[in-house]
Design a protein around this ligand. Structure first.
Ligand code: FCB
Length: 482
């Protein structure tokens, strides 16, 4: 059993001027990412059915300001202009997600051709502009009809997901070279069914673990389904959000082990080692007996992958709560009452050292380097790709320009960290910035802007921020610009 070893200070600080000019090989894929519910809008268009995020965002108090994805960036209707925008930035690749309820309104049955057609046009538009499509099958927008039957707590959902994967793979497999099954299943399971901060908003610790297993199963079944229908040279992966953990005192190794088990190894264990970590089963024994893991499941989940998608934003510092002091839970996830840490609620997440982004997340590029190195140590044969990294800041548009110096600085430091990881032997294939456009940031609605392109939600006008221009120069020159 390996824990992700992210000892603070293991990596020396580098001065900014040493970052500028670092070069990436031509084969290194640099691009940007989005997700369907966060940008598309058009929730009733062309036969789309409701998703759990439509239902959840309609609940009073669930989302800041009562925001919903009903219109979002109206990308569904503006796809041609958005493709031109991507071309103007020179993106090597664009990672998008496919909305399951556009393809199967109620999560099962025959494909909705109009839904498939939207993604087919998107993919053709990318290829026509020389941009590599990277498709994610599930970025959290489960068809509501499946949630009504238990959602991810119901094993059947995993089988429905495999059918959906096969439909999409059959329709787009001739043109999409890179596939991701799930985006951040930890969030789907533990924020969706544990803390309740995400759709469907349930707060049941047993349900969270059950959901995690069924998401793992869905991943395995979908990998197999995709491999049956997409060309042999297509790449298949999954994207995980790793919690990079640091310690504070003598109790921290135990706290790190527990959170690493729940956040990281509950997915890497079955997916990449073919087994649930023994300590995870023990830590959660009071919550569930894991009887939902059926014989043969681990073989299904444990599929060869072509690379591992890594989402990284910040670090967390943990220790065991002493039972006396005022307990902190600064884990970076919206606190709405429920716990995303079943069986380990007595772990305390300490407030991180500054600087912070507008999410309150600490800026720690060294955490990215350490994460990539630790994953390479644990899975030496598995290439990695940064499928999300980026930052929210309170941008201002002045005279038609967004001088987002802080985001640009964040990206420069993280690209430099990725470069150091490559130099130290990590097989890192690419880096996709979150996000192309300002968008619906889940529980925070439109209050958090992650885009390298500003969106005026009144007019839908797009304005490339300084960070977007900077990324375009990086892609063009393959070297980190000022
Ligand atoms: C990740 C999500 C993505 C976005 C970023 C900020 O957890 O995958 O959709 O919300 O965080």
């Amino acid at each position: 059993m390996n824990t992700i070893d992210t000892t603070a200070g293991a990596v020396a600080e580098r001065a900014d001027d040493q970052e500028v000019g670092l070069t990436f090989p031509p084969s290194f894929v640099i691009g940007s990412a989005t997700a369907a519910y966060q940008i598309e809008g058009a929730v009733d268009a062309d036969g789309r059915g409701p998703s759990i995020w439509d239902t959840f965002s309609a609940k009073p108090g669930a989302i800041t300001n009562g925001d919903t994805g009903e219109i979002a960036d109206d990308h569904y209707h503006r796809v041609e202009a958005d493709l031109d925008l991507m071309a103007s930035l020179g993106l090597d690749a664009y990672r998008f997600s496919i909305s399951w309820p556009r393809i199967q309104a109620s999560g099962s049955g025959p494909a909705n051709e109009r839904g498939l057609d939207f993604y087919s046009r998107l993919v053709d538009g990318l290829i026509a502009r020389g941009i590599r499509p990277i498709a994610t099958l599930y970025h959290w927008d489960l068809p509501q009809a499946l949630e009504d039957r238990g959602g991810w707590t119901n094993r059947e959902t995993a089988y429905r997901f495999a059918e959906y994967a096969e439909i999409v793979g059959t329709a787009l497999g001739d043109r999409v070279p890179v596939w991701t099954t799930l985006n951040e299943p930890w969030c789907s399971a533990f924020l969706g069914y544990g803390s309740g901060a995400h759709a469907p908003g349930r707060t049941d610790p047993d349900a969270a673990l059950r959901a995690a297993h069924h998401l793992n199963l869905a991943h395995g079944l979908a990998v197999a389904a995709l491999r049956r229908v997409v060309p042999a040279d297509a790449e298949v992966s999954v994207t995980l959000n790793f919690h990079v953990l640091r310690g504070a005192d003598a109790s921290s190794p135990e706290a790190r082990r527990r959170i690493d088990a729940l956040a990281n190894r509950s997915f890497t264990g079955p997916m990449l080692h073919g087994v649930y970590p023994e300590d995870l089963l023990q830590d959660t024994a009071d919550v569930t007996d894991w009887s939902f893991v059926l014989p043969g499941d681990l073989e299904i989940i444990h599929q060869p992958l072509d690379f591992l998608g890594v989402n990284y934003y910040s670090t967390a510092t943990v220790r065991m709560w002493d039972g006396v002091s005022v307990r902190q839970r600064a884990d970076g996830h919206k606190d709405v009452g429920g716990s995303p840490w079943p069986g380990s609620e007595h772990v305390e997440f300490l407030v991180q050292d500054p600087p912070y982004t507008a999410m309150g997340w600490n800026i720690a590029p060294d955490g990215l380097e350490e994460l990539l190195l630790s994953l390479t140590r644990e899975f030496p044969a598995l290439p990695l790709m940064i499928t999300e990294n980026g930052a929210a800041f309170a941008d201002e548009i002045v005279g038609g320009r967004v001088r987002d110096v802080a985001r640009l600085d964040y990206l420069r430091r993280h690209f430099a960290a990725a470069h150091r990881a490559i130099e130290r032997g990590v097989d890192l294939r690419g880096y996709l910035v979150w996000s192309l456009l300002d968008n619906f940031e889940w529980g925070y609605g439109y209050t958090k802007r992650f885009g390298i392109v500003h969106v005026d939600y009144e007019t839908q006008e797009r304005t490339v921020k300084d960070s977007g221009r900077w990324l375009a120069r990086l892609i063009e020159g393959r070297s980190i610009p000022h």
